[in-house]
Design a protein around this ligand. Structure first.
Ligand code: ADP
Ligand code: MG
Ligand code: MG
Length: 888
């Protein structure tokens, strides 16, 4: 026989905390608290398996369920000494839903179930107060009418308001027993009118209806949306808890409240919470009356006038502190607790791990480890790596008022205010004048990088979480709201409009890259201050982590940020931006449009010294730590001159006429640049470019090794290899240049030559390629594009639909597609290491900073991950958690 129902109460329970999957979070908590001997009103939990069976069997409950419920109810009746539906001593219960994961989208709780026209009379006698009894009754009809029978909540409230008007009072508390009695009749009429049936008097029908409604609510729109947003599988189901009522609304020696064992916003180790005297259930959060603080300290801090629980109910407060202390010790985590005091006696109604801010989670984890409650690896696992974003970027002052214009994707966290600029140059000019700028574009492209860099924040109307704007902004640590589709941007008029507001260039807006909100005017922000606890936690993370963590850094500023965040080297230095600088791009264009090698080399000659200084700076900052430099990668297209003015500039320096240049440029244009003349293909057809870069790297390495008196070992990385032959050709030239520099300078160079693995062919041929490559770095952005055949920049238009339909679980550009792309990575690792056992392996796509992908990296045995500087702490923490997990 399947056990569908688990009882609890009276110092014992059939379930326990370990049975969370079966009993749901609330049911497991009630069972565990009962087992601990804490005062819990008795009750029973109908398991999540009933929910699953109900949906599997065409909305039919298991046959033997009714019998098991009756038995469990009988046991509750025996403990309480009351009977369900009894006219003399009626048992009243609450019916509460509760899945494995807390789900605010689920059914609301029904309190006081078991009341009808007969039982309400005995409640009057027992409670000694008709007002209390009829207030409870009307609450029950209201909750049941709304949740089970679907009558709108406000219809009940309207009746209360009308009644108050007639009586000439303003507060619910001014209504008396007869008022509530009259309202009960009004409520029942309302329900009858709306449902064509009388409100159920039979308590058995009431219970059946409420249980059915909980299971029904598992498939309501709210719950389904919530599950989709939080990745909660439908198959989990919800449990139902039926529990004897205790009353916090029987008089002034009664109360109801919530308590946290530690402060959920700061993490301070002090009881935190609120309570209300003479109140029931949701009154505390409903905002009808202002709740009072639990502690004297909080009362003083808030300047509250009403007494704290600590003074008003000193004895019960003492018990509460004792009980929640035991709960925290037992669960070894901060708890969020619901309690009720009935006639001076404390009852526990719920306990769960409390939600907390990132700052609080760090402090609580560190302090609990110091207190000996948990060990360091556990502390490290207690903080959600993704939440660190909250700590690393300035956030909006939560108390500041704001006018929200619209919302886009929260593409890069942090908040920023500034004047609107629609063009990169304009943004740069304004920034140079010391203005804070928000760059607003339909979308961004590599040409806008300088403007993005100059801006405090970036807002686009098109593009997804991995659009150019989003990726670059995250890399730079700039807040970004992307794909804000409601914006109508008119570059010509220099303005955008949204929801009836016109915003012109120069007007001030604020964006919040953590929520996606776009706001009018300036909303004050607060700078994060990294606490000592944060540093301690990161040290502990480093103690347990096995994966190395490097940063993707292209500029000295990036490299410095990377070091500050604890990066152990540079895993990817993209050299392309170094060419987009105004001076260099002319030389580059000259080189591409040149007719012969001599003209090409002459142009590159001018770039060489600048490029050498770029690398030297990075080597200095990284002081002997590994620096992986990727040779030039972007599509040729991106270097081509676009306008006549740009062509004119080239004509002037080279003396070649405009028409010839225009013709040559036209010949180089590509239909599909992403799959075109890029990566090592550029190096193969214009070997002078890589020659120049290799020379710049070696000369810089020799120079800085001398300055620092320390070996500098650059790792030279060739992009977009598909065949070993490509790598061989390029590697040979690089080695030759190294030899030349060694001879010229009389030094011995130390360096590695390796490749990106970012094409499926390269992954499959990894055994062969490793014969030549000394390291692999998985470029999972391109590998994802080429494995799926999806262009990252165009995926926004359909990926959302794909995710909604469950074709893809998540955006494969954000979190690595373990099944497909992941298999290619595993194949490449296995074949590569078979050829070269000491092959160094890393990852340098966006995935390198994604916690889920980092778990994958740990599992397949990479040596390091590399991510944008601002994600380095996230990666350190996620890598530590992956290491802890791999040992369990
Ligand atoms: P939620 O999941 O929204 O917190 P709960 O099931 O915990 O919903 O219940 C809502 C409110 O009703 C809470 O304040 C809870 O403490 C109170 N409550 C639930 N069951 C009982 C009960 N048996 N006696 C008294 N109050 C109860
Ligand atoms: Mg609630
Ligand atoms: Mg609750």
């Amino acid at each position: 026989m399947t056990m569908w129902v688990y009882g609890f109460g009276d110092g014992a329970a059939e379930g326990s905390a370990a049975m969370r999957e079966l009993l749901g979070g609330k049911g497991a908590g009630l069972a565990e608290m009962s087992n601990l001997g804490l005062p819990v009103p008795p009750g029973f939990t109908i398991t999540t398996e009933v929910c699953t069976a109900y949906y599997a069997n065409g909305h039919a409950m298991p046959e033997d369920l009714d019998g098991q419920i009756a038995d469990a109810l009988g046991r509750v009746e025996a403990i309480v000494g009351a009977r369900f539906g009894d006219a003399d001593a009626p048992l009243l219960v609450s019916v509460r839903s509760g899945g494995r994961a807390s789900m605010p989208g689920m059914m609301d709780t029904i309190l006081n179930l078991g009341l009808n026209d007969r039982t309400v009379e005995s409640l009057t006698r027992r409670g000694g107060d008709a007002r209390f009894a009829y207030d409870s009754y009307r609450r029950f009809i209201q909750m049941y009418g709304n949740v089970v029978l679907g009558v709108a909540h406000h219809e009940f409230e309207d009746l209360i308001e009308a009644h108050k008007d007639r009586r000439g009072v303003t507060l619910d508390t001014e209504l008396e027993a007869d008022d509530w009695r009259a309202l009960v009749e009004g409520f029942k009429d309302l329900v009858a009118r709306r449902t064509d049936e009388a409100f159920p008097e039979d308590v058995g029908d009431q219970l059946k209806g409420a249980i059915g409604a909980v299971f029904g609510s598992w498939m309501n729109q709210r719950a389904m949306t919530y599950r989709r947003l939080h990745d909660i599988p439908e198959s989990w189901g919800t449990a139902v808890n039926v529990q004897a009522m205790v009353f916090g609304n029987m008089g002034d020696d009664c109360a109801t409240g919530v308590a946290f064992t530690r402060n959920p916003s700061t993490g301070e180790n002090a009881v935190f919470g609120e309570f209300l005297v003479n109140a029931q259930g949701e009154d505390v959060v409903a905002g009808i009356r202002t709740p009072q603080p639990l502690t004297l300290a909080a009362k003083q801090a808030d300047g509250a006038t009403k007494p704290a629980m600590e003074e008003a109910m000193a004895e019960v407060y003492g018990q509460l502190v004792d009980v929640i202390g035991r709960l925290e010790n037992h669960y070894r985590d901060m708890q969020d607790i619901e309690f009720t005091v009935q006639r001076g006696k404390l009852w526990m109604l719920q306990t769960r791990a409390g939600k907390r801010t990132a700052a609080a989670s760090v402090r609580i984890a560190v302090e609990m480890a110091r207190e000996g409650l948990i060990d360091r690896p556990t502390a490290v696992c207690r903080v959600d790596p993704a939440s660190l974003d909250q700590l690393l970027h300035p956030g909006l002052d939560p108390d500041a008022p704001r006018t929200v214009l619209t919302r886009g994707l929260p593409a890069s966290p942090g908040a920023a205010s500034g004047v609107v600029a629609f063009h990169a140059n304009e943004a740069e000019d304004l920034a140079a004048q010391g203005k804070a700028v928000i760059l607003v574009r339909v979308e961004t492209s590599p040409e806008d990088i300088h403007g993005m860099h100059a801006a405090r924040g970036i807002l686009t109307s098109r593009g997804g979480m991995t659009s150019h704007a989003a990726v670059v902004a995250r890399g730079m640590g700039r807040p970004c709201v992307a794909g804000s589709g409601a914006l109508r941007i008119d570059y010509g008029a220099g303005m955008f409009s949204v929801g009836g507001h016109d915003v012109k260039a120069g007007d001030v807006i604020t964006i919040d890259g953590a929520s996606g909100e776009v706001m009018l005017g300036e909303v004050p922000t607060v700078q994060p201050e990294l606490s000592d606890d944060f540093k301690v936690l990161m040290d502990w993370a480093d103690e347990v982590r096995e994966l190395g963590v490097r940063a993707n850094a292209d500029t000295p500023a990036d490299a410095l940020a990377a070091r500050n965040f604890g990066a152990e080297g540079i895993g990817l230095c993209r050299t392309e931006h170094m060419f987009f600088n105004a001076e260099r791009i002319v030389a580059m264009r000259e080189m591409i449009l040149a007719d012969d090698t001599a003209a090409r080399s002459a142009a590159l000659e001018r770039i060489l010294p600048m490029q050498r200084e770029d690398f030297a700076e990075l080597f200095r900052i990284m002081a002997g730590r590994p620096v992986t430099i990727r040779l030039l990668d972007p599509p040729l297209n991106e270097f081509l001159p676009h306008s006549d003015a740009e062509l004119g500039e080239i004509a002037k320096v080279t003396g070649v006429d405009l028409d010839t240049l225009r013709h040559r440029a036209g010949r180089l244009r590509e239909v599909n640049p992403m799959l075109g003349h890029r990566g090592c293909r550029l190096g193969i057809s214009y070997p002078e470019i890589y020659d120049m870069q290799a020379r710049a790297i070696f000369e810089a390495a020799a120079m800085v090794a001398d300055e620092l008196n320390q070996t500098v070992t650059p790792e030279i990385m060739i992009p977009l290899i598909a065949t070993r032959r490509e790598l061989d050709i390029l590697k040979e030239r690089i080695i030759a240049i190294a030899g030349a520099v060694e001879d010229e300078r009389g030094v011995k160079l130390s360096f590695l030559v390796g490749t990106m693995i970012e094409l499926p062919r390269a992954a499959l041929r990894a055994g062969d390629i490793a014969g030549s490559a000394e390291f692999f770095s998985f470029g999972t952005n391109d590998l994802t594009q080429t494995t799926f055949g999806i262009s990252r920049d165009d995926s926004a238009s359909f990926l959302e639909t794909y995710q909604r339909l469950g074709i893809l679980e998540c955006d494969p550009f954000v979190s690595i597609d373990v099944a497909g792309v992941g298999e290619l990575v595993e194949i490449a690792i296995e074949r590569g290491r078979a050829t070269r056992p000491d092959l160094k392996l890393g990852i340098c796509g966006e995935h390198g900073g994604d916690p889920d992908s980092i778990h994958f990296c740990q599992r397949v045995g990479l040596d390091y991950v590399s991510c944008s500087p601002f994600r380095v702490p996230v990666a350190r923490l996620a890598a530590a958690q992956a290491a802890v997990k791999s040992k369990n």
